[in-house]
Ligand binder design. Structure first.
Ligand SMILES: NC(=O)c1ccc[n+]([C@@H]2O[C@H](COP(=O)([O-])OP(=O)(O)OC[C@H]3O[C@@H](n4cnc5c(N)ncnc54)[C@H](O)[C@@H]3O)[C@@H](O)[C@H]2O)c1
Length: 436
């Protein structure tokens, strides 16, 4: 088989690299020439465990290629994936212009029957629109080439993207033709050897499944954050509440952690995009609006706790921040709660010293010299009036507390992810604050 993946970011690159592992020929396309040149040398521009090795191996064997020119590689392709970004528009709806642009390119360049699989997260109706745009371009070319569009949303988690792709919980394919379904089934067969987890639906349902999945996960987080905020007021412990409710199999233990809000390139934008879709259909979507509102407020809590601790006076304080990526094991800082807190701290006149195991460079590109980026977690804490932990990287779990007490100016700890032992920290001399 021959596969083209258009858009070589987190999703496109992982898709292309993992498919090439199964022995097929894959060409990854992107408009970002620098990214393509970098990838062509076997270098992976994102932090994603296991990905570098797969990319290197498949370039070496000649199965994985990179180009900026779709027309150079599209001939003979069985499946063309669209995996470009769908960032939020000003009104919160998903901006699908890149997806549509790619659809037109496909219409201008395909040479024979092709399955066009939309992997980008797109609102209901977009995959059909992709079909319409391809048809229009074929018409302009006077070409009678057959093609099918399918919706094949991606559920990988950053930080575990390779293993999620290799052993997926499910592969959803929304299709209208048996030929397209069989092609997708064949493509994913190597990942279904132990159990068939393919789910075939109509196109609109497949598009909706992706949004509903992210909306559900975001809802669980905002629910737990709301419970945590109430626990704090009534003197209950959210961590034990979590264990108590998570033991019920109808609820389940996963995704029940209170903290300083969700971020990333998916949950915030997908929740808002789903609300925007509902708006278009005149449905008010009250639950998801609350989920989004709670999350926005939650990101402010570490800053508020810090301000309260210092009686409202934060000017000229030095604050250390551990964890900048929106979650551990990624360098992705899109909508990261840490950035919200840093912005508030800078506005309040603080000096910020930060450390992250992977996201330093992405933050440097965004914030320049507005904050000091330390090479080491203890260096970030040196002379700090407080330490705020925003991302639960594994290396932050058991720090050398006595060393921290030695280097910090004031032992004030804001635990934005509830990862530390309150009793122990208070005993050794920290002023300790957590969520709930
Ligand atoms: N990141 C995730 O964890 C994740 C998970 C599931 C689904 N998704 C969805 O997948 C899609 C891609 O997300 P991502 O995180 O990989 O985005 P990304 O920003 O990392 O990558 C998108 C890539 O597309 C390229 N691109 C943009 N326009 C192009 C065009 N016209 N032709 C060729 N390339 C073009 C960009 O240069 C970029 O490299 C989004 O819709 C996102 O919602 C993301």
């Amino acid at each position: 088989m021959k596969i083209i993946v258009i858009g070589s970011g987190y999703v496109g690159l992982v898709t292309g690299a993992c498919l090439s592992e199964t022995g097929i020929d894959v060409c990854c396309v992107d408009t970002d020439a620098a990214k393509i040149a970098f990838l062509g040398q076997g270098k992976v521009p994102i932090y994603e465990p296991g990905l570098q090795e797969i990319v290197e191996r498949n370039i070496r064997t000649g199965r994985l290629h990179f180009t900026t020119d779709v027309s150079a590689c599209i001939g003979g392709a069985d499946v063309v994936f669209i995996a470009v970004g769908t960032p939020p528009d000003q009104d919160g709806s998903a901006d699908t212009h890149s997806v549509i642009e790619v659809a037109r390119t496909i219409g201008r360049t395909i040479t024979g029957y092709t399955v066009v699989a939309v992997k980008s997260t797109v609102p209901v109706g977009t995959t059909q629109q992709v079909g319409t745009e391809i048809r229009k371009e074929l018409h302009k070319r006077n070409a009678s080439i057959e093609f099918d569009v399918v919706s094949n949303p991606e559920f990988l988690k950053e930080g575990r993207a390779v293993s999620d792709f290799m052993t997926p919980d499910r592969v959803v394919v929304g299709a209208e033709s048996t030929r397209a379904e069989r092609t997708m089934e064949l493509l994913y067969k190597p990942f279904m050897m132990t159990r068939n987890r393919m789910l075939f639906t109509d196109i609109a349902t497949a598009e909706m499944i992706k949004y509903a999945a992210n909306a559900m996960l975001a809802t669980r987080i905002s629910f737990m954050n709301e419970m945590a905020n109430l626990c704090e007021r009534v003197g209950a412990d959210i961590d034990n509440v979590r264990r108590g409710i998570g033991a019920d199999p109808r609820i389940g233990a996963k995704f029940l952690y209170a903290g300083c809000g969700y971020g990333g390139s998916c949950f915030p934008k997908d929740v808002r995009a789903l609300i925007a879709t509902a708006d278009r259909f005149g449905y008010p979507m009250p639950l998801l609006r609350a989920v989004d509102r709670i999350n926005e407020a939650q990101k402010e809590i570490p800053f508020r706790k810090l301000k309260d601790h210092f009686d409202g006076h934060l000017e000229n304080r030095t604050i250390a921040v551990w964890g900048l990526s929106f979650k551990p094991d990624t360098d992705d800082i899109r909508e990261a709660p840490a950035l919200v807190v840093i912005e508030r701290l800078l506005k309040a006149g603080c000096r910020v010293k930060a450390y992250d195991p992977a996201a330093t460079e992405t933050v440097r590109k965004k914030l320049g010299d507005k904050i000091l980026l330390a090479d080491d977690m203890y260096a970030a804490a040196e002379g700090a009036d407080s330490l705020v932990v925003m991302t639960e990287w594994r290396q932050f779990r058991h720090p050398d507390w006595l060393r921290l007490l030695g280097v910090m100016r004031h032992p004030v700890l804001i635990d934005g992810r509830n990862i530390y032992d309150r009793g122990m920290l208070i005993r050794i001399g920290f002023a300790y604050y957590r969520i709930g």
